[in-house]
Write a protein that binds this ligand. Sequence first.
Ligand SMILES: [Zn+2]
Length: 438
Amino acid sequence: MAKDRSGTTRRAFLATGALAFAAGCTSTNDSASTPTSTPTNSSTTTPVGTPGSTTTQTETQTPTPAAPQVSPEYLGSYIDSGEVVDDMSDLSEWSGEGTVRADEEARFHGDQSLYYENTGSVSLTRRFGYADPLDLSDKSLSFSAWFDEPKDAQPTFTVFAKAPDRHNRVRMEMSYTANKKAGWQRYDPSTTAIEGSPDLSNVTELRFAAYGGDHDFKFHLGDLRVHDKPEKGKVIFRFDDTHRQHYSDFYPILDDYGYPGIEAVVKQAVGNADRLTPSHLLEMRDAGWDLCHHTRYHDNIAEISEKTLRADIAEMNEFFDDLGAPEGKDYAIYTFGAYDGASMDVMADNFDLVFGGGGLGNYNLTNPMAVNSLGSDGDVDGAIELVDQAAEFRSLAVPFFHQEDPEEFQRLVDHVHDLEQAGKVDVINASDLHAYLY
Ligand SMILES: [Zn+2]
């Protein structure tokens, strides 16, 4: 269960008796305000504060300057890691088409954020210049953003890193997730393409770009950070919905190479015809697989009440306890890849890692409530492309399957094995990722 959730360093910094009082509110968010959600998040927090000081929710007793608070409240959790390369306190190196200005009301890292607004497209640039370029040669990027104006459309949002010019650059593509109503989130875009021969030690400019017809793009940026990349890419094999084939076909194929997988367990399906039985689950677990929550009835968690979601999680926890696989309580996989800010906040109270999102992700990620995965049913070529990218860009690939032709799946696993033998990827499970991040 929610152990030492993210933001520990920030927490330690804030730690006072006051924090212990307020820490129940949410996962990571530093805003010690609004104790909205339930106080499950245990926070064994450091009883640093002076005894009896629990009456205040401010950090005024600390001699250090008050830490910035995320506003509006962060939903979900984030890992407070990496090196901040821009906290948006000085926007003089930013420019773009449309509105680019400071907003002191919306904050992530410091006293203000960058607010951007434009119709039809996004073109927002952060110059680093030739004198003081950004070094991304062994680094991945993350940023905090608050995408507002929820719309159905999810245009691709791309970060271009000029290294050093527009003919030599990398692209980091991700979905523009405005319709999640998730407020501030951290994003971990991975490099998805290279143009020319970029020298990533010499990034002179980052440009944020998107195209969306007459879409009104409005968002805030709170910070930019860089993070160490792993030496090799990482691959997690993910399987959804407890299909029998995961045991009968995929598990032996993976086991030949000693590879684990992760399984999205739907309680109602367990033991049904063509589905996994409890003994299958235990055997796979014993072979290194991680079992993960995937709801009792395969509900869309964005469409059920908070109360129902919490009851669902409690029942699934009981299921894993009864099964003798309590570690299944640590991880979840979004059904339909669906979530919104409110449901993600509940998930963050209960889980350390939740898989969802789309495409390639970073291994050294900062948003553990949206670990990128890619639906690969009937598209082993797409899964192979994903793991090739993970190898090339030292990122995290999580292809996932419900059902697949075993020969096709074998082709993917053989390919991953070739990459592994070449020293380019490791196959890991959710526990490995967890141990790395927390
Ligand atoms: Zn599912």
